[in-house]
Design a protein around this ligand. Structure first.
Ligand code: AP5
Ligand code: MG
Length: 188
């Protein structure tokens, strides 16, 4: 069974929503670099304060900061039985870094789930979420910048993982239940 996975997709594609169910099905823990950064922001750490300024503009946090966070997290031993990475990696440099860390640990990725969504539809989803969750980067101009950054820096990973033979492409435009059924069918 596939146990070391990445979930890839644009802001609002449904990564967090589907990650929860995937982890239950496969009995693996998840980690989200976005959630880790938001926790640091909330705690008011130096790292959190630096990340906040970039996150609130929709820009990526530097690779060096993310790499240190991810390496420390993966080496806790918590993920020996597998993991689902949500929102990480975010660019080719991070993808290469993850390959190397896993190699050093004597393992590798089993699959990458790509949630393929219409980029116009996710703006509406995130503005709706803003009313409930009040995430500081869920304002329309910042959402549009996040989408642009996704297009420029993260979307090339679809090709990278397709060429590595790891990509599971999922139509992420349906209802949460429909998307979940498509993912579950691919993971059986
Ligand atoms: P991150 O936290 O990763 O956010 P994101 O990629 O912008 O994605 P979201 O969390 O907004 O969306 P999601 O795909 O999880 O969707 P969700 O399931 O919530 O990153 C935030 C920031 O941190 C980045 O911009 C960057 O600055 C920084 N960062 C993080 N990781 C980094 C890294 N590795 N390197 C550098 N910087 C990094 O769904 C969204 C909403 O839609 C919800 O309300 C949900 O209920 C709803 N919904 C979900 N699915 C459906 C559906 N099928 N139909 C209708 N509604 C749906
Ligand atoms: Mg998320």
């Amino acid at each position: 069974m596939k146990k070391r996975l990445v979930i890839l997709g644009a802001p609002g594609a449904g990564k967090g929503t589907q990650a929860h169910q995937i982890c239950e099905l496969l009995d693996i823990p998840t980690f989200s670099t976005g959630a880790m950064l938001r926790a640091q922001m909330q705690a008011g750490t130096e790292l959190g304060n630096k990340a906040k300024e970039l996150i609130n503009r929709g820009e990526l946090v530097p690779d060096s900061v993310i790499s240190a966070l991810v390496e420390a997290e993966l080496k806790t031993g918590r993920y020996r039985g597998g993991f689902l990475a949500d929102g990480y990696p975010r660019n080719l440099e991070q993808a290469h870094f993850l390959d190397q860390v896993l190699k050093d640990m004597g393992t590798q990725l089993d699959a990458v789930i790509n949630l393929d969504v219409n980029l116009e539809d996710v703006v509406g989803r995130l503005l709706k979420r803003a009313e409930i969750e009040h995430r500081s980067d869920d304002t329309e101009p910042v959402i549009r910048r996040r989408l642009q950054v996704y297009h420029e820096q993260t979307e090339p990973l679809v090709r990278y993982y397709r060429e590595a033979g790891l990509l599971i492409n999922i139509d992420g435009n349906g209802s949460i239940e429909q998307v979940w059924e498509n993912i579950a069918a691919q993971l059986q």
